[in-house]
Design a binder for this molecule. Structure first.
Ligand SMILES: [Zn+2]
Length: 149
């Protein structure tokens, strides 16, 4: 997405909102740091395929909420959570696909949380990944318990 101020193609998404007929994105130019807004029609927007097969447009706020809940009462700054969500969002849109499964997004969140905070990671795994990967979860809990305090 080209910056309307300096023409650089390198921009970072800072916010995404679904509007009635599309997706509105706030972007920050990585060269001049100015912010601008872009609109995408729903047909160009990324669809999330849920476990039951239903599809819904990607919702940054929903993702942010999920990560926030997992990180509740952990020593994790809101800016850190925002950063994780932005990275995941950029990754997803960078795939250039029309649809991504909710499970794939959950895996991305888990990867990020694993580096950040073991307890937040386990919470997210329990809530969002449900029974899908119990073995990994058990290994992770064992690893956590074995860690010296
Ligand atoms: Zn610029």
């Amino acid at each position: 997405m080209q910056c309307p101020y300096c023409g650089q193609a390198d921009s970072r998404v800072v916010d995404t909102r679904a509007t009635g007929d599309g997706i509105r994105r706030r972007r920050e130019c990585q060269a001049c740091r100015k912010r601008f807004t872009t609109y995408e029609q729903i047909s160009e927007a990324l669809l999330i395929v849920k476990r039951d097969g239903r599809r819904e447009p990607f919702d940054r706020h929903k993702l942010l909420q999920g990560v926030r809940i997992a990180c509740a009462k952990r020593p994790i700054a809101m800016t850190e959570i925002e950063r994780i969500v932005s990275q995941i969002e950029e990754h997803l849109f960078g795939l250039g696909r029309a649809e991504v499964s909710s499970n794939a997004i959950g895996q991305l969140v888990l990867e990020k949380l694993k580096e950040l905070d073991s307890l937040a990671y386990i919470r997210f795994a329990i809530v969002y990944m449900a029974m899908e990967d119990v073995e990994t979860l058990q290994q992770e809990i064992q690893r956590l318990l074995a860690e010296p305090k």
